[in-house]
Design a protein around this ligand. Structure first.
Ligand SMILES: NC(=O)c1ccc[n+]([C@@H]2O[C@H](COP(=O)([O-])OP(=O)(O)OC[C@H]3O[C@@H](n4cnc5c(N)ncnc54)[C@H](O)[C@@H]3O)[C@@H](O)[C@H]2O)c1
Length: 250
């Protein structure tokens, strides 16, 4: 018996990077999956892989910053699987921009996807979870939601918002049987981080900042999402778990 046999997990940003690793992890533990992304090609490739491995998979092409699209997609997942037991609220974007140069449309875009989008998805899924008698939400925050990093003011603000959204939803929804937690990864090597940083930068970063002597893999993060979604975490809510190789220990 696997931990997520008979459970449905909706995962946003599931086409690549950490979201894809999370989808692989839940599929390997028996879950049926509703996979959400704004990039159809990535989504279909991930779905094909998981279906070939025996998982039940639905794909939903959605921009999470559009609340109507989100509402329709969540409705579609509930129609297909009957319920959503776990939400992995992972989709996000990032880029570097000095605080004095951030353009209004860039600020709005990052807040719209990383904070507003996360809220639309969490609220929409939570309504169904409340009606069905419970569920688990795990939001993707970041160490950048706990401490500052230069040139990421918009990203840091969005992730700090996710941390407090998580705590507030945990307080309001506990009585409805819904647990809400967040994961705060440090440096994880994914298409997102590869687009921003050179190999030389990463090497220096590891030496200066990461006690475990390496950057994280998407799988390092996926296991923590699975733990928080499982009954092993039945008494954990409103928590943020840092997965950073020791970076915030300094
Ligand atoms: N890589 C890291 O070091 C790191 C560290 C901490 C937190 N995170 C967070 O983890 C999450 C995943 O990051 P990643 O590194 O795997 O990035 P990634 O760019 O590799 O993957 C992001 C995924 O989100 C999807 N997405 C982006 N905008 C979307 C939108 N508007 N609607 C729907 N889907 C959308 C993309 O299509 C993609 O599938 C993000 O929230 C990111 O902020 C990443």
């Amino acid at each position: 018996m696997s931990r997520f046999d008979g459970k449905t997990v909706l995962i946003t940003g599931a086409g690549r990077g950490i979201g894809k690793a999370i989808a692989q992890r839940f599929a390997s533990e028996g879950a049926s999956l509703a996979l959400v992304s704004n990039v159809e090609a990535d989504l279909l490739a991930t779905a094909e892989e998981l279906t070939a491995a025996g998982a039940h998979v639905q794909t939903l092409v959605v921009d999470v910053s559009d609340s109507d699209q989100v509402e329709n997609a969540v409705e579609g997942a509930v129609q297909r699987f009957g319920r959503i037991d776990v939400l992995v609220n992972n989709a996000g974007i990032a880029w570097e921009e000095p605080v004095l140069e951030i353009k209004p449309e860039h600020w709005k875009k990052i807040i719209d996807v990383n904070l507003n989008g996360m809220f639309w998805v969490a609220q929409s899924v939570a309504k169904h979870m409340a009606a069905q008698g419970g569920g688990v939400i795990v939001n993707m925050a970041s160490t950048n939601g706990l401490v500052g990093e230069a040139n990421y003011a918009h990203y840091n603000a969005s992730k700090g918002g996710v941390v407090l959204l998580t705590k507030t939803m945990a307080i309001e929804l506990g009585s409805k049987g819904i647990r809400v937690n967040a994961v705060c990864p440090g440096y994880i090597q994914t298409p997102m981080s590869e687009a921003i940083d050179s190999p030389e930068f990463i090497e220096q970063y590891i030496r200066a900042k990461i006690p475990l002597g390496r950057v994280g893999k998407p799988e390092d993060v996926a296991g923590v999402f699975a733990f928080l979604a499982s009954d092993d975490a039945a008494f954990i809510t409103g928590e943020t778990i840092v997965v950073d190789g020791g970076q915030l220990a300094f």
